[in-house]
Design a binder for this molecule. Structure first.
Ligand SMILES: Nc1ncnc2c1ncn2[C@@H]1O[C@H](COP(=O)(O)OP(=O)(O)OP(=O)(O)O)[C@@H](O)[C@H]1O
Length: 231
């Protein structure tokens, strides 16, 4: 079997709350292959965003090991933290595409320049950037600024940014949470269409069971903590 894109083993995470520590999850294991999609479900506060942050190195687990694209991150190794931060930063720049509820576009740049900036950081060719906007149905808006387009069009531009970096993994945190139902469905359809076409692995945090159903695997953070193919 091919090596998984993402493998997490026995992850635990707590946060300080006054003098106590609150456990968000413990003993969580998950595995995701290229082209697979995983939905993270769970009520507000169950730890979906925290888990996405662990998967891109913006938070550290208290325990457990994450292997991403063959790179192993184990914070128990003495003196490893600084060197692991550098490796995470490189992965975030080149191989992990991140999407949030609100499109994180630079307001002073046109949609096309936002896509170009992301592609440049990922060391991808800039010639494809206009094509990505066209594939997402907003080619004619390329020279507009983010505040001159609708929320749905901004999320399409955010999708163009993510795909223009040719990532191996997309982490999407409620990517359609700020859109009306119909626009959300359109943007979601584009996300799954391009994910299938490119074979990128996808982790999607959502409250929406209908959206979760479109993913191949669901991890419900409120009920259990194992997902993915058997090791
Ligand atoms: N930096 C932090 N310091 C302390 N507690 C935190 C921190 N980040 C998250 N938490 C807590 O960890 C728990 C999980 O939060 P998280 O944001 O991951 O949940 P979520 O499932 O993404 O919620 P939502 O659906 O509302 O976005 C919550 O109880 C939250 O208050």
């Amino acid at each position: 079997m091919n090596q998984p894109v993402l493998e997490a083993r026995d992850l635990s995470k707590t946060f300080a709350s006054g003098a106590e520590r609150i456990a968000v999850f413990s003993g969580l294991s998950v595995s995701l292959a290229a082209g697979q999609s995983l939905a993270l479900m769970g009520r507000s506060g169950s730890g979906k965003s925290t888990l996405l942050n662990l998967f891109c190195g913006l938070e550290r687990p208290d325990n457990g090991v994450i292997t991403l694209l063959g790179e192993r991150f184990d914070y128990r190794e003495a003196g490893a933290a600084g060197q692991q931060e550098k490796r995470w930063a490189r992965l975030r720049r080149r191989q992990i595409g991140v999407m949030f509820q609100e499109a994180n576009l630079m307001p002073a740049l046109s949609l096309l320049d936002n896509v170009r900036l992301r592609a440049r950081l990922a060391e991808q060719p800039l010639e494809q950037c206009q094509t990505w906007l066209e594939r997402l149905g907003i080619g004619e808006l390329a020279e507009r600024y983010p505040d001159q387009v609708s929320g749905g069009q901004r999320q399409r531009a955010a999708l163009a940014m993510v795909f223009a970096m040719n990532p191996d993994l997309i982490l999407a945190d409620e990517p359609t949470g700020s859109l009306d139902r119909r626009t959300a469905e359109e943007v979601t359809a584009e996300l799954f269409r391009l994910q299938a076409e490119t074979g990128v692995a996808l982790v999607l945090a959502t409250h929406d069971p209908e959206l979760a159903e479109q993913c191949q695997v669901t991890l419900d953070l409120a009920h259990g903590n194992q997902a993915g193919p058997a090791p």
